[in-house]
Design a protein around this ligand. Structure first.
Ligand code: PEP
Ligand code: MN
Length: 351
């Protein structure tokens, strides 16, 4: 349920209403929008009468029920206002959100050694990326495949952060690793295979670092939003949704089917920013640039792209990884589309 305040509502009255709502056993969450203040109500609202709640104050404009099963994740909960996720990085704050410059995240599938991660960090930064990606813990289909270097790779990511000033995003697979990963990462990634790992969602929801929530490969949009709801319900509203391709009937030519239609769909359902990963979305390096461009044209707030110094030798996901040159060329092409839609930062990143 949400309480919409009238324009110009006095702060003291809002505080008084908050106190009264708490007495009703509800937890009000104040959302200060561009035009209005809205209070999201968490708690057992099913039996409450909106009209009765409205009686609390003449400054209440309306009390509305959120009809969707996902509450805090819904666009209604913020009364139609999209939210930004602001992430602190050594180079300053980076904002993911509607109408913000597109945030580019790039780096290898997995962190292999110090030289490659530092070289990749410097190369993607020079080309204009704001975040370095790289897996320390890898979810692999086969237990015999490279599983990631774990804790030692986290140290290498920290070194790459120091060397480049880029923010770090890396996947956490196990609840037991959340604190350790959060010490190094500026954003925690929850991978496609863990999208419905509810204990993990609760755990990342109970800490402060933003969460990059990939869509499960067979998850519906509603299931994905309900997964995000777990993180928001646990107290962390800094969630970025990432489409990374879904399973369809044809996997002969592409690894997954990149569902770009989620961009307009999610826009109308949720206030959360949306990223697109054309690397896992197609599985083939050659197909990454066209889909990255399409993603920006369709309104993506962020892109995640796999880049490797020598894709042929990569320990994971080589076929879908761009070379440094390939990434630099792509960034040039993306800047044209980004500028055309008014969403490209022309401010050089500080060294
Ligand atoms: C990854 O980002 O390397 C990864 C494993 O992604 P996903 O969870 O989308 O497969
Ligand atoms: Mn990968």
């Amino acid at each position: 349920m949400i309480v919409v305040m009238k324009v110009g509502s006095p702060d003291r009255e809002i505080e008084r209403i908050e106190t009264e709502l708490r007495e009703w056993g509800l937890t009000p969450e104040k959302i200060v929008g561009k035009h209005k203040i809205v209070m999201g109500l968490v708690g057992d609202t099913a039996s409450l009468d909106p009209l009765q709640l409205k009686e609390i104050s003449p400054w209440i404009e309306s009390v509305l029920r959120v009809e969707k099963p996902y509450k805090k994740t819904s666009l209604e909960y913020r009364h139609g206002e999209h939210s930004n996720v602001v992430v602190a990085t050594p180079n300053g704050d980076v904002t993911f959100g509607l109408n913000q410059p597109v945030v580019v995240i790039a780096g290898p599938c997995s962190v292999e050694n110090e030289d490659m991660i530092i070289a990749t960090a410097k190369a993607v930064k020079a080309a204009g990326a704001s975040f370095l990606r790289g897996g320390a813990y890898k979810p692999r289909t086969s237990p015999y495949s490279f599983q990631g270097h774990g804790e030692s790779a986290l140290e290498l990511l920290a070194a790459a952060r120091d060397a480049s000033g880029l923010g770090i995003i890396t996947e956490v697979m196990d609840t037991a690793d959340v604190d350790k990963v959060a010490e190094v990462a500026d954003i925690l990634q929850v991978g496609a295979r863990n999208m419905q790992n509810f204990p993990l969602l609760k755990k990342v929801g109970a800490q402060d670092k933003p969460v990059f929530l990939k869509r499960g490969m067979s998850a519906t949009i509603d299931e994905w939003l309900m997964a995000a709801e777990y993180v928001l319900a646990a107290g962390n509203s800094n969630v970025i949704l990432c489409e990374r391709g879904i399973r369809t009937f044809d996997r002969k030519h592409v690894r997954n089917t990149l569902d770009l239609a989620v961009l307009p769909v999610l826009r109308s359902l949720t206030h959360l920013p949306v990223a697109i990963d054309p690397s896992h979305g197609t599985g083939i390096a050659q197909y990454v640039p066209p889909m990255a461009k399409a993603a920006i044209a369709a309104g993506a707030d962020s892109l995640m792209i796999e880049v490797h110094p020598n894709p042929a030798k990569a320990l994971s996901d080589g076929p879908q990884s761009l070379t440094f040159e390939g990434f630099e060329d792509l960034m040039q092409e993306l800047s044209a589309i980004g500028k055309a839609v008014g969403r490209w930062s022309t401010v050089p990143v500080a060294v």
